[in-house]
Every structure is written in C-alpha cells, then in structure tokens.
Design a protein around this ligand. Structure first.
Ligand SMILES: [Zn+2]
Length: 430
C-alpha cells in the first residue's frame, strides 16, 4: 500500500486554526495540552485535510497546475507534472488530517464512526467517494471505468493493474473549457464516418456497419495491418483541407503513438466541449478521454481504469471490448439544480457522491443544517470561515475541510468564496 504525501509540514499544529482556542495555548511548548487538544479536535466534526498529488505525465507542470495552486502549503517541484490532487481515503493516495500527528483520514474515520453517520457507515464502512482536481496539459488515455461485477473480476484476476474491486462512476465539473471524447457516436452515423476515411472504409465494407462488429474487428487486425492502417489514415489526413477537431487530434497524437490502435477510437467517439457551469456524468463501461482543461471530479472510491490507447500505462483492448457499452445516447450533461441563492447541486445516478457548488459573495454567510452524511468542502477561491459551536476554521484557496455527519455549521465569506462540496446523497433527500 503506497502512502505518500506532498505536504510534509504535518506537525505544525497551528495549521488547524481553531481561532478561539489557538490563542489560549502555547502550541510549541506544551506538548500535553497539544495532545489533549488534538484528541478533542478529532472528535470535532470539521477539520482540514491534506490531499496528495499524482504526477501522471499528462499533468501541467509545477505551479502551472491547478492542483498545486490548491496545495498552498506544499513544496512544489517545478520540474514535475502535477496531474491530480486527491482528497479521500483511497489507498493509492490517502489524505491525512491536518491536526495532531497528521493521521490518515481513513484511520480517523475508523476510530470515529460518528463522523460517517449511520447511513454511510452501514452502507460502505468508510468514505465512499473520492474528490479530485485535474489539471491537464496533454490528452489522457482513452479508457473506461468498470461496473461493480467487472471490477470484482478484474481485481481478483489482476490486482496489480486493477487496484480495488469497486466500480467507478464519476462526475466532472470543468473550471475552464474542457475538451474531451465521450461515448460512441450515434449508430446511424457510423456508415458516414467510415465512408469518410478511405483507409477505414476499405476494411469496413467487408464487415458492415454495426459498431459491436466493427470495433472488435478493427482492433484485432494483425500487427502489420494495424500499423499500415494508422499510417494510411495519417497520410490521408495530412493532405486533407479543413481538418475537423477529431482529425486534428489524431494528427497531433499519431507521431507520439504511431503503433497505438487505440487511436482509432477517436473517429467513433463523440468530441465534446464542456463549459464551466456544466457537469458531465461518466457512466461505468463508457469510453472517455479528457483532452484539455482544469476540472474537479468526484467519483466512487476506486482507481480502476481499463485503457485502450494514448498512454504509456498498461492497456488491455481485449478486456475493454469485453464489457464496453455500445450505448449511443447523448452524454448526461447538467447545469445543476439551484438549491438556494448561493448553492447549485449536481446530483447523479451514483449512490456514493453528489457535488454542490457554493458561491458566496463577500460578507455573506450561509447556514448548513445537520446533514446525516459526511462531506468534503474544497475552497477554489476567496476567503472565509467555517463556524460551528466547536470554533472557527479559516478557509482560503486550497483549503479542503472534512465535515462529519450530523454537524451543523455556517460558512461566511470575507472575500467572494467559491467552494465545492462533495458529499454522499442521502436517500431521503431524493
Ligand atoms: Zn476516467
């Protein structure tokens, strides 16, 4: 189990700013009081988290990355890509708490089940969602996330490639324009797509126009034919006038991945541009690839992806095709539900998570009544505080605060605040 963090200053107790109490104690001198306070804080229901970065090669470099901009206390290596910032309990990058000795959030939750609340504890035993920030410099692999049955099978067969047995539905909320490929083009468009590209139509005239026949056929060509097909497509598109977005994408990726048959998916997937203010729900077993942009993502607590191409990571096209969804419905985009003046909610079909966006103007405050489920509040911009009868927790850009179940609190803005709240949907709310 890998447990690394980027922010190493865990022992600075002042990081947990309970204003009222911090003044009463000499943090650095009185070790026993510090410990007492730490254990007291632990039973409190709101505390800061320290998320960790993932350095996948598609991430933006150093402080260019939104992930590092949201890690205000971390030492940044400017030569490294910071692709993702994770907040949650997944063993591949578990968060720590910012008090006491900086325990793993998962351990704190184990010892304080009340933080999860009955419903979440009985249903999952831990925090069932993972909140992430992604900052993309280069396209991510074309991939799908497994449903539950498939995830169980994959994990038992190849735990080195599929690290857990959980499904992974996810929701993406772009913070800048997000370009991506998602799902498959409508079935009745496939004939056109194929006849548009002579190197492809050459193969497909033999096999018809049924997606579930075309893809497995194309993707199981002998290696020399595969490479020839890609090369022919590249040559053909190089000469084409007025290239479309997908063609441009293929042209830009081919030189880096000349033998990657996964590139063919580009032509059969939908090219989408999702603007801030909208979210897209990524269903399990559906193809997708993020191409550019910064975004917040929330998902079931899993790190499983079956990859088809554009990656140096492990790929398994055969595995992917075995359960790929040929659903050609339009993707589930949403501009959310306005819950109140300052809060927009983005529910999904997933049982594990929903997101809210809280936009609180300067000098305004918002009361959150008791909620029977846990949540994580990530501050994207602005400043303010989270207050309850336990004290005040100052928040600023990058603060990630875990709020336990059944904890009422207020959020107030000393400067225009933008906060993402990820939480477990409680069935009675539906
Ligand atoms: Zn994904």
């Amino acid at each position: 189990m890998k447990k690394t963090i980027d922010q190493s200053d865990m022992k600075t107790p002042a990081l947990f700013k309970l204003e009222d109490q911090a003044n009463d104690y000499q943090w650095n001198e009185q070790e026993s009081i510090k410990e007492q306070l730490a254990s007291k804080l632990q039973t409190n229901s709101a505390f800061e988290l320290v998320g960790g970065a993932m350095h996948y090669d598609w991430g933006k470099l150093g402080s260019e990355s939104l992930a590092t901009q949201l890690m205000p206390d971390a030492a940044i290596d400017q030569t490294k890509p910071y692709a993702e910032l994770w907040m949650g309990v997944h063993p591949n990058q578990p968060s720590r708490v910012k008090f006491g000795n900086g325990e793993w959030l998962s351990d704190v939750l184990m010892k304080n089940r009340a933080l999860l609340g009955n419903y979440t504890f009985e249903r999952w035993g831990t925090l069932p969602f993972l909140l992430k920030v992604l900052s993309i410099a280069k396209p991510l692999s074309i991939q799908i996330h497994p449903d539950k049955m498939w995830a169980k099978r994959l994990h038992s067969q190849a735990p080195n490639h599929y690290p857990d047995d959980n499904h992974k539905p996810e929701i993406a909320m772009p913070l800048t324009t997000l370009e991506m490929l998602y799902g498959l083009e409508k079935q009745d468009a496939w004939k056109n797509i194929l006849s548009k590209y002579p190197p492809l139509s050459k193969y497909c005239s033999k096999i018809g126009y049924t997606p579930s026949v075309i893809l497995p056929d194309l993707l199981s060509l002998p290696e020399n034919e595969e490479n020839k097909l890609l090369e022919d497509l590249y040559t053909y598109l190089q000469k084409k006038q007025n290239v479309e977005a997908k063609e441009k994408l293929f042209l830009s990726l081919y030189p880096q991945y000349p033998n990657d048959l996964g590139l063919l998916f580009i032509f059969f997937m939908r090219f989408l541009t999702v603007e801030p203010g909208n979210t897209i729900f990524i269903q399990t077993n559906h193809l997708h690839s993020y191409l550019s942009g910064d975004l917040v993502e929330c998902m079931a607590n899993s790190d499983n992806a079956i990859r088809a191409g554009i990656t140096s990571k492990y790929k398994d096209v055969k595995q992917l095709l075995s359960e790929l969804s040929y659903d050609d419905h339009a993707p589930q985009l949403s501009s959310g539900i306005v819950d109140s003046q300052y809060v927009t909610r983005f529910p999904t079909d997933a049982e594990e998570f929903e997101m809210q966006e809280i936009k609180l103007p300067k000098n305004r405050s918002l009361l959150q009544g008791k909620h029977p489920v846990p949540s994580i509040l990530l501050t994207l911009s602005g400043q303010g505080k989270i207050s309850s009868n336990h004290g005040n927790l100052m928040i600023k850009k990058g603060s990630a605060v875990f709020v336990g179940a059944n904890h009422s609190y207020g959020i107030s803005a000393s400067d225009d605040l933008r906060v993402i709240r990820a939480s477990v949907p409680f069935p009675e709310d539906q």
